[in-house]
Design a protein around this ligand. Structure first.
Ligand code: CMP
Length: 141
């Protein structure tokens, strides 16, 4: 099992003023933050990042939303980081998310669900590489 994952505090959560609260949840769950930056994705970046969902009916809505305002992208480290982060954030649909999870507490709806988490070690590596250079990942220095 890998020890890194990639997270996004999505535009709905940033707009609603939850960036600090979610950042705190990350620290409380004992993740080490290897890198974090506030950015506004271009439509092309959002389309590239979510390329895997290109054929899905929600792709246009998703990429428009993800490029609609500032978000925070993060590279996180912990043992079994991918599954640990997915447990911390809860189910994709906030209506199905467990009590105490980030999506339960901060998500708006399925499309605007506050946070992203990688779904495999392979994708975590790709997603971290999509937004961060090696020199931005502090554990590598
Ligand atoms: P995320 O973990 O970022 O990965 C893909 C995203 O697509 C997912 O979170 C949801 O926000 C979004 N998504 C998944 N299913 C739907 C849907 N049916 N309608 C709109 N957005 C969706």
């Amino acid at each position: 099992m890998g020890n890194k994952t990639f997270a996004i505090i999505k535009p709905d959560a940033v707009k609603n003023g939850y960036t600090g609260k979610i950042y705190d949840r990350i620290l409380q769950a004992d993740f080490k933050i290897l890198s974090a930056k506030l950015m506004k994705m271009t439509k092309a970046q959002a389309e590239g990042f979510y390329e895997v969902h290109k054929e899905r009916p929600f792709y246009e809505e998703l990429t428009t939303f993800m490029s609609s305002g500032p978000c925070m992208v993060l590279a996180l480290e912990k043992d079994n980081a991918v599954s640990a982060w997915r447990e911390t954030i809860g189910a994709t649909n906030p209506d199905e998310a467990a009590e105490g999870t980030i999506r339960k507490d901060f998500a708006t709806n399925l499309g605007e669900n506050a946070v992203h988490g990688s779904d495999s070690d392979e994708n975590a590596q790709k997603e971290i590489g999509f937004f961060f250079t090696e020199s931005e990942l502090i554990a590598n220095q």
